[in-house]
Write a protein that binds this ligand. Structure first.
Ligand SMILES: *Cc1c(COP(=O)(O)O)cnc(C)c1O
Length: 462
């Protein structure tokens, strides 16, 4: 056997700061993580290559069960719908659908993906500001649950319904100020300005449309559950108002997504374990508010509305990790230590917003030092971590980034590098590929080269 060459780095001095926040004395620097869900990561890298995304089917199932348990024990009529844009790998979606999740989609592509995954149209919530005539016609014909975003869309769907000769049940998306989060006024109809009531009246006046649901999505990574209590109160007050003024009967209140995952937002001082509410904390406030706000409905002979949730990141984020390998050690001119790894913001887009947990897959020897982690791209913005305490690493050492399940396998891009394999550990600990790594053939398949450009060099006769 040949001895592996040891890497050598020029020594440097780093001040040893004292106090409770001393990262040298009590730090995560010597933590490591050899396995994920009971499966050793080193052999996985060996088999499937580096970098590698690793999903856990069991965690996905546990997370959605935990959400359903938290809400179903507190409210009688609950539907959970999986937000496709958070991670639309078919293996992820179908795991959640098997747990009873409907699909929440926001484009023609996502609608088609949900249908091709086998989701019946009446279990698809169709959100989003852009749905063209073709896809709206298909959705209306198939009986999908269409959520309207603006007046032009009301007109378009009314026209479609008229042509089809049917009455289409619709939901309207609302926006309003809860006082807890910055309102996302660009989506849906605004309540405070009266726009939402105008929309409800327009639908009430239509013979082709019928208002049956109210929807709103406050934002993402909402760490104050009271925002949802305020949201329920505002939506239920609006429900009473539209029912009185237009004679419609609202069946469902959809509160969108936004529950935080155990990830650390950049700039957040406290660790996620301390700032992120539990599912029970969200459920308690939401269901309490809903019971109170709908108390009078039963006396009026009306049913309590169905509660719909579209949580994305809180379900998938901690069900996936990214395993990467060190490709170089580098000392910067100002003395700081940096390393280059084989995965960058091309595959881990959320590196722009989160300080993910980063640990090696085996214990690293030596004193931890402040380190910058760069990705492999020839781009200055490719920083996977601006600052982290890490002991010296050797080329080939593997680092695990977590949690990465939300918004990476959808927002990643084929830029400079191929996208790597994604594997899933199933509930029996067996591992299989759920998305193959790209190669030249995959990346160039959609390209067409005009005849006269097929030769890169034209022979010059001389
Ligand atoms: C993105 C989105 C979600 C999911 O949001 P999370 O923050 O991931 O929970 C749900 N509903 C709608 C309408 C969305 O756009």
């Amino acid at each position: 056997m040949t001895e592996q060459k040891k890497s050598w780095q020029k020594p440097s001095f780093t001040p040893h700061r004292l106090g409770t926040l001393n990262k040298f004395g009590h730090s995560t620097a010597n933590q490591y993580c050899a396995q994920f869900e009971g499966v050793q990561l080193a052999p996985l890298l060996e088999q499937y290559g580096s970098p590698l995304f690793v999903l856990s089917e069991q965690r996905l199932r546990n997370n959605v069960r935990k959400l359903l348990r938290a809400f179903e024990t507190r409210y009688s009529n609950v539907v959970y719908s999986w937000s496709y844009k958070t991670n639309y790998l078919a293996a992820v979606c179908n795991t959640l659908h098997q747990e009873g999740a409907w699909a929440e989609v926001v484009s023609a592509f996502e609608y088609e993906k949900a249908r091709s995954n086998g989701v019946p149209a009446n279990k698809i919530l169709f959100n989003g500001p852009h749905k063209d005539r073709d896809i709206l016609t298909r959705a209306a014909t198939e009986g999908a649950r269409i959520h309207l975003d603006h007046f032009d869309e009301i007109d378009l769907l009314e026209d479609i319904a008229h042509q089809l000769g049917t009455v289409v049940d619709v939901t309207i998306r609302l926006n309003f100020d809860t006082g807890y989060t910055e309102p996302w006024t660009r989506f849906g109809f605004n309540i405070e300005s009266g726009q939402a009531m105008d929309a409800a009246r327009a639908i009430g006046d239509s013979t082709s449309l019928q208002l049956r649901g109210l929807h709103s999505h406050l934002g993402t990574f909402v760490i104050d559950p009271r925002a949802y209590g305020a949201q329920i109160n505002i939506m239920c007050a609006f429900m009473t108002q539209v029912e009185t003024q237009t004679g419609c009967l609202i069946e469902s209140i959809d509160i969108g997504g936004g529950f935080a995952s155990l990830n650390a937002l950049q700039g957040s001082y406290l660790p996620p374990e301390q700032v992120v509410p539990s599912m029970d904390q969200y459920a308690e406030i939401i269901c309490d508010a809903l019971h109170q706000a709908t108390h009078d409905r039963l006396a009026q002979g009306k049913e309590k509305p169905r509660l719909i949730m579209e949580s994305g990141r809180s379900i998938v984020d901690d069900a996936e990790v990214l395993v990467t390998s060190v490709v170089a050690n580098k000392r910067l001119p100002d003395g700081r230590r940096s390393i280059v790894i084989d995965a960058g913001v091309n595959v881990m887009f959320t590196g722009f917003w989160y300080n993910h947990k980063v640990v090696p897959i085996q214990p690293l020897e030596g004193i931890a030092e402040e380190t910058i982690i760069y990705g492999p791209l020839c781009m200055n913005i490719d920083v996977m971590r601006a600052s982290i305490m890490l002991p010296p690493t050797a080329i080939g050492d593997a680092l695990v980034f977590s949690p990465v399940g939300a918004y990476n396998n959808t927002q990643w891009m084929q830029f400079i590098e191929y996208r790597p394999n994604v594997v899933m550990i199933d509930c029996n600990k067996a591992v299989s590929i759920v998305r193959e790594a790209e190669d030249l053939a995959v990346v160039t398949a959609p390209e067409r080269v005009p005849e006269h450009l097929q030769q890169p060099f034209v022979d010059q006769q001389d």
